[in-house]
Design a protein around this ligand. Structure first.
Ligand SMILES: Cc1ncc(COP(=O)(O)O)c(C=O)c1O
Length: 333
């Protein structure tokens, strides 16, 4: 039931004032919103219950409210005067919402999720609810490493996994650490996820766009950048995978320059028309960092994870001097 805050102007009479106030309040409420009972509202406003019941009844007759005995009074699903509708309720119903970044949450496996949550709460020791390592729960990292080994063919070590709040944090951590080591610029895909460019700028790097064609990011344009954020499995938003030739090319570039490839394994598990695509990390140098996301499968605000980005070397970053081995020293493998 909704708590109603009504400002009652009694100058034209209590009934008229209540009717005006309710009409105005209803226009801001989503259809189906349940109103307080006439008795509760009357007590709240200090007016006679009959007055509230009369106004409710009038608004029901006008089609603004719906009232069923026992089910209470609700804002009608369809309001009679479109001119008074809120902009959101004016949006046409669509059969298929194909906007990017909006998963079909109706597929969310709520029963399995609840069962898993219950099982974990019942079986994990109470201590597991305490604060954990800054790198993220060890247990979660071990489970994730097993998953990455099994499903994505990556030799993942729980000690080298860092759990992040999402792609933004993963990019900010990697790019920020490189910037502190002297990096100046970083490549990103354009078109791509706008947040990546923002994060690169915010940490002080010069974001350099890489165009996309039918083979994925044009990685041949990479030069003296400290690294690049790529979506090899499933480019966002075009969906094109990075062609094998381009993978070889970008890995050769990383080996040559010490550049860091941040592999955004975006929707990497989803494939409709092709075999799984191996991640760049399986092909190349130790400097590939892979934020692995688990979000789209479940809900937008779920857990994402990025691999380790601990910088232990104080040696300034230099693209020409760093061999992949030197990079591996700065970013332990
Ligand atoms: C290319 C790309 N990578 C990753 C993500 C996931 O971001 P987050 O980890 O913040 O959920 C998105 C979200 O839309 C995306 O478009």
């Amino acid at each position: 039931m909704t708590d109603l805050h009504l400002t009652l102007d009694r100058s034209a009479g209590v009934r008229t004032g209540l009717e005006r106030a309710l009409r105005e309040a209803i226009t801001a409420m989503p259809p189906g919103t349940r109103l307080p009972s006439s008795r509760a509202l009357a007590i709240d406003l200090g007016v006679a219950r009959n007055t509230v019941a009369e106004v409710y009844s009038q608004l029901v007759q006008e089609g603004r409210l719906e009232g069923d005995r026992g089910a209470g009074t609700r804002v009608a699903a369809v309001q009679p005067q479109p001119a008074q509708m809120s902009p959101s309720s004016l949006q046409p119903e669509v059969a298929h919402d194909l906007r990017a970044g909006r998963p079909d949450v109706s597929f969310f496996p709520a029963a399995a999720w609840n069962a898993a949550t219950r099982q974990v709460l019942n079986t994990r020791p109470r201590e597991a609810l305490q604060y954990d390592e800054a790198q993220g729960s060890r247990y979660a990292r071990e489970v994730l490493a097993g998953y990455l080994n099994r499903v994505r063919g990556v030799q993942a070590d729980p000690d080298r996994i860092l759990l992040c709040s999402g792609l933004r944090q993963a990019v900010a951590l990697v790019a920020g650490a490189l910037h502190r080591q002297g990096a100046r610029s970083f490549g990103y895909e354009r078109p791509g996820q706008p947040a990546i460019r923002q994060q690169l700028s915010w940490v002080g790097l010069d974001p350099r766009p890489l165009p996309i064609d039918s083979h994925g990011a044009v990685v041949g344009q990479l030069g003296d950048e400290a690294g690049a954020v790529l979506t090899p499995a499933h480019q966002f938003p075009t969906g094109v995978p990075l062609a094998p030739r381009r993978r070889t090319e970008v890995i050769a570039w990383a080996r040559r320059t010490g550049g860091v490839i941040v592999e955004d394994d975006y929707d990497g598990e989803f494939r409709y028309d092709r075999q799984p695509i191996e991640r760049c990390r399986g092909w190349g140098p130790t400097s590939s960092r892979t934020p692995v996301r688990r979000a789209r499968r479940s809900r937008p605000a779920c857990v994402s994870a990025g691999s380790s980005c601990r910088a232990t070397s104080s040696t300034p970053w230099s693209p020409r001097k760093n061999s992949p081995t030197a990079t591996a020293t700065a970013w332990p493998s």
